[in-house]
Design a protein around this ligand. Sequence first.
Ligand code: KIV
Ligand code: NA
Length: 266
Amino acid sequence: RKRVRTRSLAQAKAQGTKIVALTAYDAPTAAIFDEAGIDVLLVGDSAANVVLGQPTTLSITLDQMIMLTRAVSSTVQTALVVADLPFGSYEADNATAVASAVRLMKEGGAHAVKLEGGTRMAERIRAITDAGIPVVAHIGYTPQAEHGLGGHVVQGRRGQDAALLDDARAVEAAGAFAVVIEMVPADVASELTAALRIPTIGIGGGAGCDGQILVWQDAFGWNRGRVPSFVRQYANLGEQLLDAAAKYADDVRRGHFPSESESFSR
Ligand code: KIV
Ligand code: NA
């Protein structure tokens, strides 16, 4: 397979081929998703939740994001690796935003960066793009703005859809090569997809988007908690790990592990 590039995503939209994206936060998992033919691997700041056990994404740092991005980019052969700019690393001014994006590329080995916000972040998207760094935008529900948005709520309902279209147009005009649309009514996400030349990648955005992304731990059952209603459960890896750990504990306690072949002779 050929390396996925930003222009491959534009071609996918033009040809009506769906773009397949997943999150990834470590080398072995990224290698498996790459082998499975996932087009885009996002090193999401959702690592704060699903890797580091934090209640929101606000606490993860740029240094932590660089470490995770380095792990993912070091094993990927084909997928496009996108890294999230974490909360606090790009909002203040263009120079800070460019410096943070440069670190994700230079130290993390990312191929592109993602940031949250529509019209309000258009100037940052332009500045980062002008530095030669491809940008994915993220509109609709934006987890870094959870406290401002008043919780985990669907966006673009009841007359907010015009503002969402403005956001979509603003990020495209600012130079974003793709946009993630999170927790937006399916009809609205379809309208945005039709209005834009750049591909839309939905998460809780219905089937009309040009592509889909999920947090892999949610989709593959790598946790013990609740998953959002828009997630489909493709596996229950957490159950398998629980089983394996319990069997190991049982074997050790009963003296069944290790056997002779699992031990060294003199
Ligand atoms: O951090 C993340 O996982 C994301 C996706 C949900 C789009 O931003
Ligand atoms: Na994110």
